[in-house]
Design a protein around this ligand. Structure first.
Ligand code: FES
Length: 374
């Protein structure tokens, strides 16, 4: 009720002296509410039916707690790393998303069902008719509404239903933990603890370790093949995707497959046509080898592969949201949502005539993240 203030309203002292029942009654009257029907669900306490209803509500809260725990365990410990189809671990890996989705969903659902059942089975049954008013609530309205809510809670017997209280607390608590685990999950393992090896966020599979050469390896369609690249393998205007290879990985099928599956390793090797002019980025003037240029294939917008190269315009196109990168201008974006140039891989040729990386990328590849400076 608001706006209008009837003359027979109790003052503050009278309000403070009123019992909760009186406040409930006053509240309904002031709001123009007529209680057509108002009845406790369990007028006779402690019946078998009441205990059964209590156990049903508690069961749903317990399900919420158990599924919340299962979600936490799956989120933290389920093997989530990519496993290719037809490998022994693929089936378990493929269940990761369904399992965390199902357990979190069940936890939310069970909490909701528990709360609904509690309202249905224990909050007093009432049928009321109320006139509608505009504007904010008066102090009297606020005090009486609080009294009404407290009264409904009290009449539902929540104070003596410790089973429901405990399971509801447990369910909501575990669910809350699960919700917190998602944003905090990335902090469980400190992503910055390793900033030197090729597995750190700041480096890619192109980083040389212990001085070992990193060759450019073409994809033949078979993950275990090792096909190195020479400058003469690419025609003018041609391009292909290459991956890193080290001699120490030869014969090591796991390492050969891993090098091709890493998200940060694919590189577009491009051979410009004779006479095509290039503006180089300051500090990267010697990153190319003659007319061969190597750019990260990972789009700096959202990480799709920039797979299309138009040799006449020198534009690399990302098919996801149509970003275009200009190979004649150090891979800087010309069109679309990407805002950063594609990182360029410094390359050269070794004494046997094979293309090798002169070092890792000098900036992080792929989309932006908050510590990235370029
Ligand atoms: S991921 Fe390339 S444009 Fe969006």
């Amino acid at each position: 009720m608001s706006g209008e203030k009837p003359n027979d309203l109790p003052d503050e002292a009278a309000l403070a002296g009123m019992s909760r029942d009186e406040l409930v009654k006053l509240g309904t009257n002031l709001d123009g509410v007529e209680l057509v029907h108002y009845e406790e669900r369990w007028p006779v306490k402690g019946t078998r039916a009441e205990r059964r209803a209590e156990r049903t509500v508690a069961l749903w809260f317990a399900i919420a707690a158990l599924s919340g725990l299962a979600f936490l365990a799956a989120f933290l410990f389920w093997p989530w790393k990519y496993q290719a189809p037809n490998t022994p671990d693929h089936f378990v890996y493929s269940l990761y998303t369904p399992v965390i989705g199902f357990t979190l969903g069940l936890s939310i659902l069970a909490l909701g069902v528990g709360a609904l059942l509690y309202t249905k089975k224990f909050i007093p049954e009432e049928l009321a008719v109320q006139q509608r008013h505009d504007g904010g609530s008066s102090e009297v309205d606020k005090a009486t509404v609080v009294a009404e809510l407290a009264d409904a809670g009290n009449r539902s017997g929540i104070a003596r239903r410790s089973l429901i209280k405990r399971t509801a607390g447990l369910g909501a608590g575990v669910f809350g933990l699960g919700v917190l685990a998602v944003p905090l999950g990335a902090l469980v393992k400190n992503p910055w603890s390793d900033s030197e090896t090729k597995n750190s966020l700041w480096h890619t599979g192109w980083k040389s370790e212990n001085g070992e050469k990193v060759y450019l390896r073409r994809s033949t369609g078979r993950m275990h093949d090792v096909a190195l690249v020479r400058p003469e393998d690419l025609d003018a205007g041609g391009f292909e995707t290459v991956f890193p290879f080290r001699e120490s990985e030869r014969g090591n099928e796991e390492a050969l497959v891993a090098a091709m599956k890493r998200a940060d390793t694919p590189v577009m090797l491009i051979r410009l046509r004779p006479g095509q002019q290039v503006t180089k980025r300051a500090g990267q003037e010697d990153f190319n080898y003659g007319d061969l240029y190597a750019y990260s294939k990972i789009c700096t917008h959202l990480g799709c592969p920039t797979s299309l190269y138009e040799q006449q315009t020198g534009l690399l196109l990302c098919p996801c949201h149509q970003s275009q990168f200009d190979v004649f201008h150090y891979g800087k974006p010309r069109f679309g949502p990407a805002t950063r140039a594609l990182p360029q891989l410094p390359i050269t040729v070794d004494e046997d005539g094979y293309l090798i990386a002169r070092g890792d990328f000098i900036e992080a590849v792929g989309p932006a993240f908050w510590e990235r400076k370029s």
